[in-house]
Design a protein around this ligand. Structure first.
Ligand SMILES: [Zn+2]
Length: 95
């Protein structure tokens, strides 16, 4: 990241489920369907703006962190199941 970039990426993402079909994953550029788990990466601008980049659960590269991120406790049980299943798959793949 260059020094002139006014955006700072927040270290902690947030997690939630998509309310509609309108959010787009910034990793694969495909839409996130309603009800799917999505991960939001927060960017803070020097001027005080905040931007949020959404990602599919399956496009998230740090699934191990997800149970600690903001919003996880508020997820419906079914969504938590999706997250824990993905974490397990991810751990198997990275061994
Ligand atoms: Zn994606």
């Amino acid at each position: 990241m260059s020094a002139s970039n006014p955006w700072t990426r927040s270290t902690l993402p947030i997690i939630g489920t998509a309310m509609n079909d309108k959010s787009m994953c910034q990793a694969c550029k495909r839409h996130i369907s309603r009800g799917q788990v999505r991960i939001g990466v927060i960017f803070h601008h020097l001027n005080g703006y905040i931007a949020l980049d959404w990602h599919h659960l399956t496009c998230c590269e740090t699934p191990d962190l997800l149970p600690q991120v903001e919003g996880y406790e508020l997820l419906p049980t079914q969504a938590k199941d999706q997250v824990s299943t993905y974490i397990q798959q991810y751990q198997v793949l990275s061994i």
